[in-house]
Write a new protein. Structure first.
Lengths: 505, 355
């Protein structure tokens, strides 16, 4: 093994029922580098990492870790930790109701001579550790008091303190805002300088170019190549991931701004609010419009949408749908008025994990029809097949439990669930989060196509570029209130200024 | 895709378990010099079906009926309804109280009835629904943990029954009342009642979307709500049905002894019902369920008990043997053991290939 290499994976193969997930994949990680693992959904990134951390049992190939004789085969994450491989996932796997210090030392608490936990030592060591990594927290506070970014850093600190040589960060930035990402990157560069090898999985191209030294690209379970960052500019990276030239996204929106002032009104919200999450707001949406909600994380984007849909019941104001005053108490009421909501938290509010792709797709349609008017099995299969084909959902069969699909394909299935109900007004909350570029473009195109068919879309996304590409109008939110609207000439500068509270309106 | 193997069918293990228990009987019969099929011999004596198999089906009826409701409750709410045994007793007491009149300890002819029998029966079923609705309200609308919510009626229902009966064991010694625990023609009525309940619920599950609704809510309550399901109402309905099942089981049990013995009817039966669900290969963590599995589980429990009697083991030590059998059955179905079996089989295949 070369002197500065900490981890090599050679010829890793792994098969899932019906799918070859990894086909002779190689991966090399050096000391003190941040190495991006890139690929579209289902390319095999997560599978490769799971092989490394012992969650998946790979069939062929070998893994070498620096300082360990012979090959390494982990059978659990604990095995992986013992050879110095730690993982921090997108969802923080810590205990929110325990203190920061307890989270740092859970399972390996410092002990007193009487075999009880030495709390003083634990606090002291935790404080030292966080200070050394420049994480500003009070280690006695409960973890839940801190933002997701801090929680993620605590998870990293825990991993680092366990003498890890290889740190895997699986989509750590998906739910962080820009300043939080900045903090995380600072921590990552600091660890790099200490000689830790970092594997960074992300969908954000900018972030790859901001911190990484090297990129390994996977496609359909095979290795495309390993490149130093300087040799692989963005366009080439995207081409490598997709296996084709980058479909220029800027062109998907029809030229010129459309005039909707004559279109009929679909949603008229006046003074809707939900206590504690969104202050009273007015919002009108016309037929065929794509309206974007923009603002920082936690500005009330999601909450505004949920108040209209009845996911969080609005306590004040009035709502008119297609010129009828309506009362929405729960989501089914909104659905019966022709609405649909693709929630931002796919795992918690989107998928029904153990049910099949078929059942997940027809669920909302069945709910609209009512329990006693069951959609026949043949009809269910027809509908499921239709959307699997239309949205190109990659699944072994339509009866596969949805939790076995990759994130992007789960998202497509949930999108299929709503399309099947043929909504007039569809709310898409972060539909492209954690999804690869190719699928993102597809979803954006789909939004424009639906709008062209006369459906109204509310589109929420953290990526301003993608909203600029699709929206006719944007509502801006700040601190739980709607603070303005931008229409006509949408530009990144105007939107940014509005989000930040500038005077461009 | 490879064709699904029979061993991967969700009902495979529950069926193997029940067959194992039956096999013990057969082996015992052979060792005693009886016929191999002695166990399965079913005769008509005194105009009714007799035989050990019939005994199992007959005696297992109450647990089978309870298991239906319990399966739904477990699936939708990832919790168990531990009040069903007590609710059985309450329903039985209420029925007998209505029929005999408050404070009357025994009636022996229909002329002494204070109310027609049908009122008593409907009253008992209504009482079951009421108890189920109470549990359902606590769990679904007040978000109380199922175990805690149903603990209330677990401790109170039996006592309420005693109050209703003025602390007496009320006897309704008329043949009409005994029919639910007795025979219709040559067939034991409990078997018939259990069959009707199972059929009715299976039909509802097949012909409506209820099964998918319940599983969906059990797997992800929040996502189900966003997709338009009324998660709370679905959980409520499951508890309601569970209460109704307890009412039916209570009637059958009370009818067997033509009386309402508040202290003994349905005693500890909630545990058998929960065990039936688990033996049927269902996760007590909610979500996906298999009703047929639970039913098989219910009869497995009865088969174990009947086998114990058959082997001449005294009823005092029966629970010990029952426990051992249950441990074995549950262990066979545990995921680590399954994986171990699979690996063993894969190894055998390899060796066969090598030879």
């Amino acid at each position: 093994m070369e002197g500065n290499v900490v981890l090599t994976m050679r010829g890793i193969c792994m098969t899932f029922p019906g799918v070859k997930a990894l086909d002779h994949v190689d991966f090399t990680l050096r000391k003190g580098e941040i190495h991006a693992l890139m690929g579209e959904n289902g390319a095999g990134k997560s599978t490769l990492i799971k092989c490394l951390t012992g969650i998946n049992d790979f069939e062929a190939g070998e893994i070498h870790v620096d300082g360990i004789q012979g090959t390494v085969k982990n059978h659990s994450t604990l095995d992986a930790q013992n050879v110095g491989i730690s993982t921090v996932y997108q969802e923080v796997n810590l205990c929110p109701n325990l203190s920061v210090a307890e989270n740092l030392y859970i399972g390996r608490e410092p002990m007193t001579p009487f075999h009880t936990i030495d709390r003083k030592a634990m606090m002291r060591k935790a404080a030292e550790l966080t200070q050394r990594l420049d994480i500003k927290v009070d280690v006695a506070q409960n973890l839940e008091n801190y933002s997701l970014a801090i929680q993620q850093m605590i998870a990293i600190a825990r991993a680092v303190d366990m003498d890890c040589k290889v740190l895997i960060l699986d989509e750590p930035t998906s739910s962080l805002d820009d300043s939080e990402v900045e903090k995380l990157f600072k921590l990552m560069t600091m660890l790099r300088s200490k000689g830790v090898g970092i594997v960074f999985v992300t969908h954000f191209l900018e972030q790859v170019y901001a911190v990484c030294d090297r990129i390994t690209v996977l496609r359909n379970g095979t290795l495309v190549g390993e490149y130093p960052i300087a040799d692989l500019p963005r366009v080439k990276l995207v081409a490598a991931m997709m296996g084709k030239d980058f479909d220029d996204l800027a062109d998907i929106k029809p030229e010129g701004s459309q005039d909707f002032s004559n279109a009929s009104m679909v949603i008229e919200a006046k003074g809707l609010s939900h206590k504690g999450t969104i202050k009273p707001f007015d919002l009108n949406i016309r037929k065929g419009e794509v309206i974007g909600l923009t603002g920082l994380l936690g500005s009330g984007r999601t909450e505004l949408a949920r108040a209209i849909y009845g996911a969080d019941k609005s306590q004040t104001g009035t709502l008119r749908v297609k010129d009828q005053e309506v009362k929405i108490n729960q989501p089914i009421d909104a659905m019966n008025l022709g609405m649909g909501l693709l929630p931002d938290d796919r795992k918690a509010e989107g998928i029904i994990g153990d049910l099949s792709v078929r059942e997940n797709i027809i669920l909302a349609m069945q709910a609209k029809r009512g329990m006693f008017r069951q959609i026949s099995r043949a009809q269910q299969e027809k509908i499921a097949d239709e959307y699997i084909r239309l949205l190109q959902i990659k699944t072994a069969t339509r009866e596969t439990p949805i939790k076995q699909l990759s994130g992007g394909n789960q998202q497509k299935a949930i999108l299929g669930r709503w399309l099947a109900t043929d909504p007039d007004f569809l709310i898409l909350d972060e539909p492209t989060r954690g999804i690869d570029i190719g699928t993102k473009t597809e979803i954006q195109k789909l939004i424009l196509k639906l709008a062209g068919e006369g459906k109204s879309i509310m589109f929420i996304s953290s990526e301003i570029e993608e909203m600029l590409r699709t929206c006719n109008r944007m509502a801006v939110l700040r601190d739980g209130a709607k603070v303005g609207e931008i229409d006509g000439d949408l530009s990144q500068e105007r939107v940014m200024a509005a989000i930040a509270g500038g005077a461009s309106e | 895709m490879t064709k699904k193997k029979i061993t991967q069918h969700p009902l495979f293990l529950p069926l193997v378990c029940v067959l194992l228990v039956l096999a013990v009987n057969v082996i015992y019969d052979i060792s005693q010099g009886n016929g191999i099929f002695n166990f399965f011999i079913t005769t008509i004596e005194n105009g009714v079906l007799q035989g050990r198999l019939i005994t199992i089906l007959n005696r297992g009826s109450e647990v089978a009926i309870l298991a239906i409701g319990m399966t739904l409750v477990v699936s939708a709410s990832a919790g168990t309804d531990i009040s069903v045994g007590s609710v059985m007793s309450l329903c039985a007491s209420f029925c007998c109280m209505l029929v005999a009149g408050y404070g009357v300890s025994a009636v022996s002819s229909p002329e002494e009835f204070s109310m027609p029998l049908i009122v008593g029966i409907l009253g008992a079923l209504l009482m079951g629904c009421l108890c189920g609705a109470f549990n359902g309200t606590l769990v679904a609308y007040l978000n109380i943990q199922p175990m805690v919510a149903t603990l209330i009626l677990w401790s109170a229902a039996r006592a309420i029954g005693l109050l209703l009966c003025n602390n007496l064991i009320v006897y309704v010694r008329v043949p009409e009342y005994g029919i639910f625990g007795g025979y219709i023609g040559f067939l034991p009525t409990p078997i018939l009642i259990a069959a009707v309940c199972i059929l009715a619920v299976s039909l509802v599950l097949k012909k409506t979307a209820m099964g998918m609704y319940i599983q969906s809510v059990g797997i992800n309550k929040k996502a189900s709500r966003i997709a338009g399901l009324n998660s709370r109402r679905i959980i409520f309905i499951c508890y309601l049905l569970c209460g109704l099942c307890a009412g039916i089981a209570g009637l059958v049990n009370s009818s067997r002894i033509t009386s309402a013995d508040s202290n003994n009817i349905g005693l500890n039966m909630e545990l058998d019902a929960i065990l039936a669900v688990a033996l049927g290969g269902n996760s007590l963590g909610g979500g996906k369920f298999n009703l047929a599995g639970s039913i098989i589980g219910a009869y497995t429990i009865q088969a174990i008990t009947t086998t114990m009697y058959n082997l001449g083991i005294s009823s005092a030590v029966t629970p010990v043997f029952k426990a051992v059998v249950v441990i074995v059955i549950v262990a066979i179905q545990a995921p680590p053991v399954r994986i171990w079996f699979q690996k063993l089989r894969a190894q055998n295949h390899k060796e066969v290939a090598r030879v």
